[in-house]
Design a protein around this ligand. Structure first.
Ligand SMILES: [Zn+2]
Length: 60
């Protein structure tokens, strides 16, 4: 069974995942994640991923 929500690794805020699995609105809202490591950050917390000017995803 796939998860229906993501939870901030730091503060445990939860956001529901859309049924169509389109994560883009969560990303646009400020959520960041590294799925392979199970790390998630909500808009209020320091991001687990930083996107540089070239579009590369970096660990802060
Ligand atoms: Zn948080």
């Amino acid at each position: 069974m796939k998860p229906t929500a993501i939870e901030c690794t730091r503060c445990e805020v939860v956001a529901d995942l859309p049924e169509d699995r389109d994560h883009s609105h969560l990303w646009d809202a400020g959520w960041r994640w590294i799925g392979t490591e199970g790390l998630f950050s909500c808009p209020e917390c320091p991001p687990v991923v930083v996107v540089d000017e070239a579009g590369f995803h970096l660990r802060p």
